[in-house]
Design a protein around this ligand. Structure first.
Ligand code: B3K
Ligand code: ZN
Length: 873
């Protein structure tokens, strides 16, 4: 299939003012009658034909202004319906189509999930429901009549307000929903099912009482409380921070088990992967609870950034996603701990986005072209997009940013706009010049910022030289310099020095944001009497790779003394990375591995001082992951990284066994709370267990088994189970069996059970995964189960990358099978093979062979085809 290019955008030929949809719902057959009130777009050519999108539809009727059209008055060609002759001005087009929700395994359009009917339309799923100009810049008012069997589908939901309910007498009933806000069809949704309700409310600051309704499978009503509370917090926060209020009297959230991604922000009818709604202490980890809070907030925030103001075309996806991720990150920072939130967000960015940016899928946050838009819901568009918004916030300041947001809504409410419109609003509100900054939207790749400094004792000056360089990415051989905000402090013997830049009369604060705009730039700090150590990129002020000539002693000093929490953590991570990379080199050279003494001392110091901030200590003690380490090597040494990381974890666990055990005693708590403090203590205590499992497997077995048995919450139980898995298959066997027995009726917990086995560092793990695929706990049609078992295996560095290529062959088999049932999920799995060029020649040829095998499948989906073509290009 051909690529669609951003530069080819043209306005829609026709606009839709109003849509009336009538659904006659059934699992095996649903009939959809659509009445579109159309008119020519004055901004487009006057002689263009009417072209509608449709996919897998059985067309039963087409009528124009009430008159049935004969087969020669319209054309259905592939996925388009064309009418060459339509009235000059406004007219009404009526179609009736049938589709088969039960056969829809792609989970796009109208499909069945656990006995209910539901929809997913973003990006282009609406065309699988009915003929329509399926593009986000066509915004219409929707009125929807749902008719269905009352016993099977007592609950009938769509967007907006419920304006009519009718019992049809014959066992069927109907409901009419009307959404007063014009919206693109990707925000349309319907749900029909037999669902339990958990209800709450929220009174907006102008006094509107909003009914908050969470619809879940019967029996799960006790698991929606956290999601409801999160929604209430998000609604209050958006009023306080951005002055944004909810705009309808009802907000529905439906939890479904079969869902390709996390959740969907359909206007007033969010549809959620149940994993981001359902939680109780016994079944959900702390991480799950935090994830729910953030995704609930994210979808809620979309009501303004995404729904009220939407995207003109899908190239602008980051307009709503980058901005909304930024908003949900800020919300989570305010609800929990700002410092921890930031380092978690950066950890994710580095582990996924930096890697994407340095591979065959590298693209700007606003891509220039795509084959399949579903492939572009990426960490670049989302997470790097959020970093770009954050940089604007840093550059213009919080007050101007808020003014910019107000201006953006004042100008564009009710419209479908572009990233350029957003940046222009920020620029106009701040009077700052963001022209060079705009390159963040058009250039891919992670800039490398190199820092060098020189202290002149006699002149009492420190000169900081910064330079930037961005490597070529596919289609972009040459990069122009970016506008990079670099937040800098100077750490002296007694803490941060006040900062006076050359040309300034007085010092201003202890952290300054420098504007790096040229390939190379010098910044001169005056009155620097002592040899201070620069603390660079504080708070991770830009998504760049920093190259600074820190010695290990410098890093240890920043780890201990930097006033910036992010940089304290990051210095520790950098130190750990260097130590592990040395071990990798030793492993490659056949030298014996030894624990680095300086690192052990620094690590032991963090451990000894944990009491001041257990949550931060947990983060600071954890070791960098496989992908971040691999990114630092010319050729990723799979065996070396795995051996080095295991060795380091084991050495630390052994050497510090006594303080780790003591810490576990001290932090043992009777009660359970979901506060940031309690979460931090659990995290540290459980981190200690994991180090002990590595360091003293035999001694830790009893301890882990005990924690597994007595745990009163899933965080503790699951960590204990993982620790047993680390200790070995013998130790873990009985616990795995007991865990399944205990939780076999809790779908989401069973997914954890699948995932933990797929990620086990056991030589026969692939055989175990294959056996699990036949287990009743697995369902090859449910994305969550595929992500847990197959995705979990792809995240198993040692065994997915097994030297004989068996892991890759298995993955290719899964991709080929999934390609025919669910291309979106298949495409995600295929990405595990994309970065083949980064590995050693033997692994390269195995991975490449599998990519070629996938590519040879006749009728390969556009989703997978695009990934394979880019990987092999
Ligand atoms: N907007 C949806 C993602 C839709 C993905 C379509 N393949 C969820 C979100 O970002 O909030
Ligand atoms: Zn989103």
């Amino acid at each position: 299939p051909a690529a669609i290019r951003r530069c080819d955008y043209t306005p829609p030929a026709f606009l839709v003012d109003q849509v009336e949809l009538g659904f006659d719902l059934g699992e095996a057959r649903t009939e959809v009658r659509a009445v579109l009130h159309l008119r020519r777009n004055p901004a487009a050519g006057a002689d263009l034909p009417l072209v509608l999108n449709g996919q897998s539809l059985e067309t039963l009727r087409v009528a124009l202004d009430g008159r049935d059209l004969t087969a020669d008055e319209y054309r259905v060609e592939g996925e388009r319906l064309t009418l060459d002759n339509v009235p000059a001005d406004a007219f009404m087009l009526e179609t009736t189509v049938a589709n088969d929700p039960a056969a829809n395994s792609a989970l796009e359009g109208l499909y069945v999930s656990g006995g209910m009917l539901c929809t997913q339309c973003e990006a282009e799923g609406f065309r699988r429901i009915t003929w329509y100009p399926d593009r986000p810049d066509v915004m219409a008012r929707f009125r929807v009549r749902l008719t269905a069997d009352r016993a099977r589908y007592p609950v009938l939901l769509s967007n907006g307000n419920l304006i009519e309910e009718t019992d049809l007498g014959d066992g069927r009933h109907s409901a009419v929903w009307d959404d007063p806000f014009p919206k693109p069809c990707y925000l349309f949704a319907l749900v029909a099912g037999d669902l339990g309700l958990v209800e709450g409310d929220f009174v907006t600051r102008s006094g509107r009482r909003v009914a908050l309704k969470f619809w879940v499978e019967h029996g799960n009503q006790d698991q929606a409380g956290h999601a409801l509370a999160s929604l209430q917090k998000a609604m209050a926060w958006d009023e306080q921070v951005f002055g944004l209020e909810y705009d309808l009297d009802i907000y529905n959230v439906v939890a479904v088990s079969h869902f390709n991604m996390g959740a969907m922000e359909n206007k007033s009818l969010n549809v959620f992967n149940s994993k981001f709604v359902l939680a109780k202490r016994e079944t959900a980890t702390d991480f799950d609870f935090l994830g729910i809070e953030s995704v609930i907030a994210h979808e809620y925030f979309h009501n303004w950034t995404g729904n009220r103001v939407t995207c003109r075309d899908w190239f602008q996806l980051t307009l709503k996603e980058g901005l909304t991720v930024f908003r949900d990150q800020e919300f989570s920072a305010d609800m929990n701990s700002r410092g921890l939130q930031r380092l978690g967000d950066v950890r994710n960015l580095r582990a996924a986005q930096f890697i994407e940016d340095n591979g065959p899928m590298a693209h700007p946050i606003r891509p220039e072209s795509y084959v399949e838009i579903n492939n572009f819901y990426t960490s670049t568009v989302y997470q790097k997009g959020a970093e770009v918004i954050r940089m604007i916030h840093t550059l213009i300041g919080a007050d101007a940013f808020r003014k910019g947001m107000d201006l953006y809504f004042a100008r564009h409410d009710g419209h479908a706009v572009t990233c350029e419109d957003f940046v222009a609003a920020m620029e106009d509100a701040s009077d700052d010049d963001l022209s060079q900054f705009r390159r963040w939207y058009s250039q891919a790749g992670t800039p490398r910022v190199t820092a060098r400094w020189d202290h002149d004792q006699t002149a009492r000056r420190l000169t900081l030289s910064l330079s930037q360089d961005t490597r070529p990415t596919p289609g972009q051989p040459e990069k122009q310099p970016f506008h990079i905000p670099v937040a800098v402090g100077l750490v002296g013997a007694d803490g941060d020095l006040p900062l006076r830049l050359e040309g300034e009369n007085a010092a201003q604060g202890t952290t300054r944001v420098l504007n790096l705009t040229l390939p190379e730039q010098d910044f001169v700090f005056e009155d620097v009497a002592e040899a201070a150590l620069p603390s660079l990129l504080r708070g991770f002020s830009a998504p760049v790779i920093l190259d600074a000539p820190y010695s290990r002693a410098d890093l240890a000093r920043l780890m201990a003394d930097d006033s910036d929490a992010f940089n304290r953590w990051d210095a520790g991570q950098e130190l750990a990375i260097r130590v592990i990379l040395d071990l990798v080199a030793d492993h490659a050279a056949g030298r014996p591995l030894a624990l680095d003494e300086d690192f052990a001392v620094a690590w032991g110091k963090v451990l000894a001082d944990y009491a001041a901030d257990p949550a931060f200590a947990a983060e600071a003690l954890s070791l960098p992951g496989f992908s971040v380490l691999g990114e630092r090597m010319e050729t990723i040494d799979v065996d070396g990284i795995c051996a080095a990381t295991k060795f380091l974890a084991a050495s630390l666990g052994k050497r510090f066994a006594a303080p780790l055990l003591r810490l576990r005693e001290v932090l043992a708590e009777s009660g359970y709370a979901l506060t940031p403090e309690a979460i931090g203590r659990r995290r540290l205590r459980n981190g200690a267990l994991t180090f002990l499992a590595h360091g003293q497997p035999a001694d830790t077995r009893v301890l882990a088994a005990e924690q597994f048995r007595t745990a009163t919450n899933m965080t503790d139980q699951l960590t204990a189970l993982s620790a047993l898995v680390v200790i070995g298959a013998d130790a873990a066997g009985p616990a795995l069996a007991a865990f399944y027995e205990q939780w076999k009726d809790e779908r989401l917990v069973v997914n954890k059970w699948l995932g933990i086995q797929a990620m086990a560092d056991w030589p026969d793990v692939l055989d175990r995964v294959k056996v699990l695929m036949e287990h009743p706990a697995f369902d090859g049609r449910e994305p969550n189960k595929i992500y847990a078992l197959i995705g979990g295996f792809a995240a198993n560095p040692q065994w997915f990358h097994a030297a004989d290529g068996a892991g890759y062959a298995f993955m290719a088999d899964r991709v080929l099978a999934l390609d025919s049932t669910n291309p979106q999920v298949a495409s995600r799995m295929a990405r595990s093979l994309m970065r083949w060029k980064r590995f050693d020649p033997a692994r390269q040829s195995h991975m490449r062979g599998q990519l070629e095998r996938i590519g040879a499948k006749p009728g390969l989906s556009s989703d997978v085809a695009e990934i394979v073509a880019k990987a092999l290009a």
